[in-house]
Design a protein around this ligand. Sequence first.
Ligand code: GLA
Ligand code: ZN
Length: 717
Amino acid sequence: MHSIWKKPIRHFLHGADYYPEQWPSSVWKEDIRLMKLAEVNVVSLGIFAWSYLEPKEGHFDFGWMDEIIALLKKNNIAVMLATPSGARPPWMAQRYPEVLRVDQQGIRNLYGQRENHCLTSPVYREKVACINGKLAQRYGSDDSVILWHVSNEYCGACHCERCQSSFRQWLQQRYGTLDALNAAWFTAFWSHRYTDWEQIHSPTARGENGLHGLRLAWRRYVSDQTIDFYKSEVAAIRVYDKKTPATTNFHLFFNKYQPEYYDFDYFKFAKEVDIVSWDSYPLWHSTGQSELTTAAATALVHDLNRSMKPGQPHLLMECAPSQPNWHRVNKLKRPGMHLLASAQAIAHGSNSVQYFQWRKSRGSCEKFHSAVVDHCGHEHTRVFSEVSEVGGMLKATPDATESRVQAQVAILYDWENRWGIEDYQGFRNDRKNYVEEVLRYYQPLWSQSVSTDCINQDSDLTGYQFIITPMPYMLRPGFVERLEKFVAGGGTLVATHCAGMVDQDDLVFQGGQPGALRKLLGLWVEETDALYDEEHVTIRSRSAALLPTGTYQARELCERIHLETASSLAEYASEFYAGEPCATENRFGKGKAYYIAFRAEAAFVDELIQKLLAQAGVASNWPTPLPKGVNVQRRCTATSDFLYLMNFNADIATLSLPPGEYTDAQSGLPVAGSLTLAPYGMQILHHCKEVDSKSGVQASLRTRASRKRLSIARAES
Ligand code: GLA
Ligand code: ZN
C-alpha cells in the first residue's frame, strides 16, 4: 500500500469524518481524548467547511484549521484533507446564480443542499480551484496530511444552457459529424434526424426521452464531465502539492430507483484517483431481504471497489457506526455487527474502516445519524465500545496491510451495460433486474467463500480461470475477442440470458442475438418469452453431473434458442417450447462456455455454479464445508495468509480447521481442532505458508502477536 503514500503507512487506518467547525474549540481536546481511546488514527477534515474557510468571497480563515491540524498531529492522528466543493457557501449562490444547477424541467435551483452545483460553470470551477490551491499551498507539504479527500460523493447532473453546449461539444468529439450521430442514434425513427448540433438537448421528460442513443450519450457525458471536474480539482492541488495522493468517495453503486440521480462509470473514474474509496451503508437486519443476501451484496460492492484498481487496496471511507438515518427503517446494528461488517471490508481488501461521523451533530438533517460519539458526549456507550473494538482489531494485525486478495474468479458488472438494460423497453419492463442477476450469480461464489474480482468489459482477463457475465446485453468492441481468448486458453465462461443484444451505441446486432457471442456460445436466440410473477416454466436437467437435482424453475424471462455447436444441459419441460434447450455447454478451444437462457431460481444457480467451480478446479478459501452464513475471505502475502472468518448468522457457528498451523492473528495464540464464532462473530487466522527447513520453525511469523509468541517460545527454550 505504501507505494501511493508520501511515507509508508504500515497499519490499517481507523477514523471518521470530523467536523470541528460544528463545535467550540473547547470540545476539540475532548475529541482527541476520545479518538485515542477509540484507536482512531485518521480523520477526514473540512468536507463541508467552505463557509468557515472562506467566510466572505476572497477572505480566508485558516486559523482554526491550522489549530486543529496541529492538535491532531501532536496526537499522531493523520488527516485526510477535503476540498470543500461538496457544499458551497450561500454568498456564492447569491452573487453567482450560475453555480446553481438547472433541473430537467429547465428550472434553476434555489440555494440549498449539497453536491448540486453546475460542474460546467466557469465561476464554480474557478472558485473551487482557488480554495483548493490555497489548501494545497498551506497543507500539502504537511506529512500528517496523508490524502486529499476531493469533494464528497459527486452525483447528479445539470441541464443549464452551459451544460447543453458542453454536451454538444462532447458529442462532436465522439461522433465527428451529425451523419454519424444520426446513424448511431437511429434517428430515422420518429423523424428525429438532427440537422444542427443546436437542436440536441439533454434527455428530459418535457422533451426527448425515448431516444436510447441520446440517453446513453448523456449518461456517458455526465460521467465524463464529473470525472473532468474531479481532474480540475486535483489539477488545482497539484500546482502546489505534487505528492499527496488523492481520492474521492464513491457511492450509490446500484442506483436504479433514482433516474435523476445519475451515477458514473466508476471503472473509468477509478483510473483517475490514486486510491479508490467508497461509502457503505447496507441495510443490516432488514426484514425485506435475508441477512445473507445483504452480506453477499455488501461483499460484492467491496469486491467491486477493490477490483477497480487491480492489486491495490482501497479504503472504506464511510460507514455508519450503528444506524444511518435515511433508510425507511433505521435499525441499530446488533451487538457484534459493527465489528463483523468492519472485518468484512478489510477481508475484501480495504485498508481502512472510517465512519460518518465522529460526533453527532446537534442540528439539521443528520442529527440522529449514528456517530462514534453520541449526544451524551462520553465514551460509555455500546457504539463507542464496539468502535474501539474495531480499532483494536485493526491495530493487532498491522502486517495484513501488505496482503492482497487473489482471485481466480471474476464477475462482470459493467456500468454502460446497466445503462443500456435500464433503457430498453420490452419483455419484463418491471423486472429487468440486472443488479439482481449479478448478485444471483455472485451469491454462490460468496456462499462457497471463493475470492472474486469484479470486472468490466475493458478489464484484463488474464489470470482468471472462471468468469461469469450476467446479462451481457451491450457488447463493446474488443470484449468478445478477449473472452474468446480466455475460453480458448482453457477458461470457463458462464453467460446468462439477454446476451449480445446491442452494440456500444445501443443498436441491435444484425444477424440476431447473441451477436458477436454466437461462435463462443455456439447457439443463436430466436425470441424471448416473458412470464408473470405468479408463473414459472419447468426446467428439466439433462446433465446428472452438473444439475443433479433434476427439475428447477425458470421465472420472468425464457429465451428460445437454437444450438449450433453447443450441447444441451437442460431443457424447458413446460410451455409450448417444452423439449427445447435452455442451458448449454459449448467446448471452445481448451475451455467451455455455458449459456443460461432463462432467469433461474437460486437452487439452479447455486448447484450449477458449485459444480462448475469444482470442474474448473477453483478452490474455496476454506477447504471443508462451512456452516451456512459463515464466510471466509483470504488476504495473502508471499509467505502468509490472513483468513477472515465471518459469521453472518444471529446464532453461534462452529467450524473445524483444515490441516495446517494456524494462529489467531489478534492474540498470536495457536488455534487447532475446531472453533466457534459468536452470533455475528468474526475471527482472523494467520497461516504461514513458508516453513524454515533448517530450524523447523515457521520462518515468517510476521504478525505482531505471532512475533510475540515466538519470542516467548524462544525465551522458554
Ligand atoms: C453520505 C455522505 C455523508 C453523510 C452520510 C450519511 O455517505 O457522504 O456526508 O451524509 O451519507 O449516511
Ligand atoms: Zn450547468
